[in-house]
Design a protein around this ligand. Structure first.
Ligand code: NAG
Ligand code: NAG
Ligand code: NAG
Ligand code: NAG
Ligand code: NAG
Ligand code: NAG
Length: 584
């Protein structure tokens, strides 16, 4: 039998220094909901929700934008505000937010894309309102929703391994919270809406290129089942924005765009870090209590262990999130602590990328020469970020609690491995446990690496072939499997796989295929697809943005328009030379 080095398994988790199995025992004593918070249980309706659904009127959607109200009161009343007024760059102390009004973009404004799912299911708005001039003004920062008192958030962070000091919302404005009819609270934010006290040397703008990517990818990730911020709309303007896309002196004038994005909370690891670093311990405690109260409701504020339980949840959920990224081949690109959400959802879409040929060293950011944020390093970077979170919690933990938190952190690798194992088992349609499963998965990934097989389509095509076709190695029109087939050991692996499948009692080949098709997407937002849509969008043709948005809303379903567009085909030649830059 072919011996695979452990390194291959770590092609998944580039880390060899992990110490195994520590039990989170104090947590297991509490109730079964111990590790659940609202980000993870999105789709479980609360009793209230169920009730309000019963009462639901089919014409429940708002037709009048002026009736759409948001509120900043909860945040403003919970935390002190920056005492300095005025929109100029400065160091800010002893607060979490500065008041700051968006700077409208130069018109004419055009609505390039809108997410029906977000508009109707989260914001309770009728799609018809998005056609109005008012809508455009609201979602571009030109006009404020009733109740809105815009804020820019002060945070810090570790970037590329080092403490970077004060960062903050340099081109984003928090508009307010919206309580929807399901009883959920969502925080609305504009990105690209102008300068704030945290803009440093930036101009507060975002260009069409990066905004199209954020809009499309956050929606695509949601439909892939990965926890993420959402995007409601994408507005483009005629405002010139100057960018040096590859930091090589090649300055280009692009156009400004704004995304209206939302999540249940925009607080990041860096939100806590800046308070700890500045010695603002009271405020640190206040923010933690707020998070626990609002988002980790199974933790009691009177529990002396509350911060440790909070930490264990974030460790667990972060491990899960990164495992989910890996299972769809997503590389975030800038996993700095300021870009890691305390709710462990994907936020801040910058130079991300979906891996095409399987390669653990895949780096989406063209300037990241060291590969710090390569796809295979994400689990390790997650660990680094969680270490920094622990450091930020230290001022509010006793010695004993710090030790406990350390032990929890040591369990991270196992949580991650466990989750990765489950996800990849599901990707292969495996039921139950077999001691050779790890080997089977690692073996496949190693072959994929050797043959540079496409990550997404290899798994998808394995879901689409019948066992009989597999047995005969009949891969007509299965280009990814055809690549894999060139591996010398392919038939060895195939025999193992078929044998494993044949031992699954109570399973049929059709069931296996269906299960696999439900977890292995046929379409992901490949760079070349985004690039092609961006080129058109820059010429005010948003048809391809719309097409991609629509297709990526059902990534597991084969769609004729997508097939015609070649979205499941071998990537075109020109795509090979594409680079993603970080300037956005
Ligand atoms: C639903 O709402 C509309 C308008 O608000 C109203 O005219 C209608 O009577 C309502 N229907 C029910 C069944 O409550
Ligand atoms: C981690 O979270 C998952 C759900 O997201 C839960 O099923 C699991 O029990 C948690 N594990 C630990 C050790 O907290
Ligand atoms: C966080 O991610 C965004 C991508 O939207 C990126 O522009 C920004 O530089 C990142 N923050 C830091 C501090 O790296
Ligand atoms: C890409 O990587 C380079 C080198 O590590 C880094 O300087 C740059 O800030 C990164 N881009 C982003 C958006 O983080
Ligand atoms: C290969 O599979 C295709 C699609 O299922 C089928 O139409 C074809 O007859 C098969 N060819 C052989 C040689 O079995
Ligand atoms: C076999 O499948 C049936 C129907 O799906 C299910 O009720 C039964 O529990 C399964 N048996 C085993 C051993 O998994």
């Amino acid at each position: 039998m072919w011996i695979i080095d452990r390194a291959f398994v770590f092609a998944l988790v580039a880390a060899s220094s992990f110490t195994p199995v520590y039990v989170l025992d104090f947590c297991q004593n509490t109730d079964a909901d111990c590790h659940r918070h609202d980000a993870a249980s999105n789709n479980q309706p609360s009793p209230q929700t169920v009730k309000s659904r019963w009462n639901r009127n089919v014409s429940h959607l708002l037709h009048d934008l002026d009736q759409f109200k948001v509120s900043c009161r909860k945040l403003i009343e919970s935390f002190p505000l920056d005492e300095v007024d005025g929109n100029f760059v400065r160091t800010v102390k002893n607060c979490l937010f500065s008041k700051c009004i968006p700077t409208p973009l130069k018109g004419p404004l055009r609505l390039a894309a809108v997410s029906k799912d977000v508009i109707e299911e989260i914001l309770d708005l009728d799609m018809a309102v998005t056609q109005s001039e008012d809508f455009l003004r609201y979602v571009s920062g030109d006009r404020l929703f009733p109740g809105s008192e815009p804020l820019a958030h002060r945070y810090g962070g570790h970037q590329f391994g080092y403490w970077a000091g004060q960062l903050g919302d340099g081109r984003a404005h928090f508009l307010g919270q919206y309580s929807n009819r399901k009883g959920e609270i969502w925080e609305l934010q504009l990105k690209g809406s102008g300068k704030t006290p945290y803009s440093r040397s930036g101009d507060g703008r975002a260009v069409i290129r990066s905004s199209v990517r954020e809009f499309l990818c956050s929606e695509a990730m949601h439909f892939l089942g990965v926890p993420t911020s959402r995007a409601a709309s994408l507005t483009v303007s005629d405002e010139p924005v100057v960018r040096d896309q590859f930091y090589n002196g090649n300055v280009k004038t692009e156009r400004g765009a704004v995304v209206l994005r939302l999540t249940k909370s925009w607080f990041r690891i860096g939100s806590l870090e800046i308070l700890a670093q500045s010695g603002e311990t009271d405020l640190l405690r206040k923010l933690l209590n707020f998070m626990i109260d609002q988002h980790f409701s199974y933790i009691s504020l009177s529990d002396p262990e509350k911060y440790v339980v909070f930490y264990s949840t974030v460790v667990n959920e972060t491990a899960h999130l990164i495992a989910q990224w890996m299972s769809v081949g997503f590389a975030h690109g800038v996993c700095n602590t300021d870009n890691f959400s305390l709710l462990s959802i994907t936020i801040d879409y910058g130079p991300f990328g979906f891996m095409e040929s399987y390669d653990p060293n895949f780096v989406p950011n063209a300037s990241d020469d060291e590969g710090r944020y390569s796809i295979g390093a994400q689990a390790q970077v997650g660990l680094f970020n969680l270490e920094k979170l622990l450091a930020a919690l230290r001022p509010v933990l006793t010695q004993i609690q710090q030790k406990r938190a350390q032990i929890i952190l040591k369990g991270y690798a196992d949580l991650y491995q466990m989750r990765i194992h489950q996800l990849f088992k599901a990707k292969l349609g495996l039921l139950g446990e077999d001691e050779n499963d790890r080997y089977l998965i690692a073996f496949l990934l190693k072959m994929m690496e050797d043959t540079q097989s496409d990550f997404t389509m290899t798994f998808r095509q394995l879901s689409e072939v019948s066992a009989e076709q597999l047995l005969n190695m009949n891969f007509t029109q299965m280009w990814a499997l055809d690549d894999l087939l060139s591996h010398l050991l392919f038939s060895d692996w195939l025999n193992m796989y078929l044998l494993r499948l044949s031992r699954q009692q109570n399973d049929t080949d059709l069931d296996r295929q269906q299960r696999m098709k439900n977890v292995n997407p046929r379409y992901v937002l490949r760079n070349w697809m985004a690039e092609s849509a961006i080129r058109k969008a820059e010429m005010n043709d948003f048809s391809e943005v719309e097409l991609l948005h629509q297709i990526l809303s059902s990534p597991f379903v084969t769609q004729e328009t997508a097939e015609e567009a070649g979205y499941a085909a071998r990537p075109p030649r020109w795509a090979e030379r594409l680079k993603v830059s970080c300037s956005s």
